[in-house]
Design a protein around this ligand. Structure first.
Ligand SMILES: [Zn+2]
Length: 194
């Protein structure tokens, strides 16, 4: 399956079975499938293979300049386009496609993506250094008014609540509901927010 043309920005996976080797998924509740991102990957702009990216920070650093600086296998140490892909898309994970060039999460803040229970979309939340949770740009504006001491540190444009798209064909039982799932077309943009 080729999730996008021309080298896709960035991908993140929510493991279907929680593995202790993926720290991000360890925080998910135990009684259900993890709904937080447990792994990151980039698609090479040349060979279109997927390579795993170790941390959210590294991933966000690449994503930040993805359009100006398309990602290539050679940016990984000792890896070239001739090496087999790090991963294939299968049912072990629910993959989502991120938008390129989103701002890197400001230092001291945490960006959390959580999949809705019905797997319809993800929601982005930032946890600020003082523990306050932001769910929209409006929240950030109010936050900076309420806590002006952070105004020198952050601005609204440092935050993006744009969420990744769920990859076509990844959600079981959803096929056909919108009349487009089984046609091989890419996921429509209707769920994207800016
Ligand atoms: Zn490559």
């Amino acid at each position: 399956m080729k999730p996008s043309e021309g080298g896709s920005p960035a991908q993140a996976a929510l493991p279907r079975n929680s593995k202790s080797s993926t720290p991000k998924s360890a925080a998910a509740s135990s009684d259900e499938r993890p709904r937080k991102v447990g792994a990151y990957a980039m698609q090479c702009a040349k060979c279109f293979k997927f390579r795993s990216i170790a941390t959210q920070e590294e991933y966000e650093e690449i994503r930040r300049n993805f359009i100006e600086e398309p990602w290539l296998c050679s940016r990984k140490e000792n890896v070239s386009c001739d090496d087999p892909a790090d991963m294939e898309f299968d049912t072990n994970a629910l993959w989502v496609i991120d938008k390129p060039n989103l701002p890197k999460t400001p230092a001291g803040c945490q960006r959390i993506l959580v999949m809705r229970k019905d797997l319809s979309k993800m929601d982005a939340t930032y946890v600020m250094p003082n523990g306050k949770r932001m769910r929209s740009n409006g929240d950030v504006e109010k936050f900076l008014e309420a806590f002006p001491e952070y105004k020198g540190q952050f601005s609204v444009s440092d935050f993006s609540f744009t969420v990744p798209k769920i990859m076509e064909g990844m959600v079981p039982g959803k096929s056909g509901e919108r009349g487009s799932a089984n046609t091989g077309k890419r996921v429509r943009n209707e769920d994207m927010e800016d």
